[in-house]
Ligand binder design. Structure first.
Ligand code: XIL
Length: 360
């Protein structure tokens, strides 16, 4: 499959800690009743997560209720990112992220950390400082070490998986051209994992990216990177495939996703699906909505077919709140529920898969 599809240029240029509910009604004979919330159907098979929009959470009671009932894991959509936690140099602000940590505790949910190192959503003081030459390479390395250490330490012991390094490889399979690579050289990736592990030794530390669900030059490059990091004894524990699909591009097969995950697992890593949404060119119609269900389906099945894929996270769950229309012109309707929180075919599909596999 052609995978040069995602972001147009310049666009966005633990098993031991699980506390999920047991599979309700599981008898070991035949499927469960599929008309139940996802987290109940998933039971102990895997964590079912969603990204949480902090503002929507604050303002919308229905949104809050569905997060509690449907999901066993949450990811902060934005409020753990560097521009939010350190808008002013030296002044750390984890208040919004801490609110989401409290939400997770109340709901009996695990938390995926997102993200310690990225090239987007960096604070202006940092990008401008590098651009103007005020911050040189040596200082930048210290700033990065302090950021990773402070954030991982702040949440120490409370994050089951951290997206430590996000999107560090480009679609050609080369290390992405970012301020990190340009200023610090390729060793910055090993550094951030080492710093994160020191600050939070129990969290599982992940590489995470888009366009790596199937077998491709980009996922091959990640495989080589993971092998290289492990050879250097870098504390890398997992590989996350974001899963941002579009119906107009088609999808991988579930078996290809599983085969891709299996090779990372053979290196000793966990795998995860971390940011699923399946967008479409608007307006919606039944064919697109059925196709969308297939996109969600192959990713969930790929995860379930892999041995160590312990979490499946959607990037928002209702079309009422989605990053897609703002980033992909003319596209939308990427989530499991519509703007009125009504189930779409994709939601029914995930319920059916979890009901079938939960019966085993
Ligand atoms: C997106 C958020 O959903 C938006 O609200 C924000 O404006 C930009 O970032 N890959 C990632 C996520 O790793 O952090 C991105 O989230 C989506 C693409």
């Amino acid at each position: 499959m052609k995978v040069s599809r995602l972001f147009a240029a310049g666009l966005l240029a633990a098993a031991s800690v699980y506390t999920v509910l047991p599979a309700a009604g599981s008898t070991g004979h035949g499927p469960l009743d599929p008309d139940r919330p996802l987290r109940e159907l998933a039971g102990r098979q895997l964590l079912i997560g969603t990204a949480v929009d902090h503002a929507a959470y604050t303002n919308d009671a229905t949104y809050r209720e569905r997060i509690a009932s449907e999901f066993s894991s949450i990811t902060a959509e934005n409020v753990m990112k560097w521009e939010v936690v350190e808008p002013v140099r030296g002044e750390l602000d984890f208040s919004a992220a801490d609110e989401l940590m409290a939400v997770a505790k109340r709901n009996g949910q695990q938390v995926r950390g997102h993200t310690l190192l990225w090239h987007n959503q960096l604070p202006a003081w940092l990008t401008q400082g590098v651009e103007s030459g005020d911050i040189d390479s040596g200082e930048l390395r210290d700033i990065l070490r302090d950021h990773v250490t402070a954030e991982a330490r702040h949440f120490r012991g409370r994050i089951y998986q951290w997206d430590v390094a996000n999107e560090v490889i480009d679609d050609n399979g080369q290390l992405r051209d970012t301020i990190w690579l340009r200023e610090l050289g390729p060793g910055y990736i090993a550094d951030v994992f080492r710093w994160a592990h020191k600050a939070d030794p129990k969290a599982k530390l992940f590489l995470n990216d888009y366009n790596v669900e199937g077998l491709s030059a980009k996922s091959d490059a990640y495989y080589a990177l993971a092998k290289d990091l492990l050879r250097q004894r870098v504390p890398l524990h997992g590989f996350g495939a974001q899963g941002h699909y579009g119906v107009q591009y088609g999808f991988h097969s579930a078996s290809e996703v599983a085969a891709n995950f299996a090779r990372f697992e053979k290196l000793g890593l966990e795998t995860a699906v971390t940011e699923v949404d399946v967008r479409m060119i608007m307006p919606t119609d039944n064919v697109k909505l059925q196709s969308q269900a297939q996109g969600y389906s192959v990713l969930l099945q790929g995860c379930l077919l892999a041995k160590r894929c312990n979490s499946f996270t959607v990037w928002g769950f209702t079309d009422k709140y989605s990053w897609v229309p703002g980033f992909f012109e003319g596209e939308g309707a990427a989530n499991l529920l519509d703007e009125n929180f009504e189930a779409k075919p994709a939601y029914r599909e995930l319920q059916a898969i979890l009901a079938l596999t939960g019966s085993r």
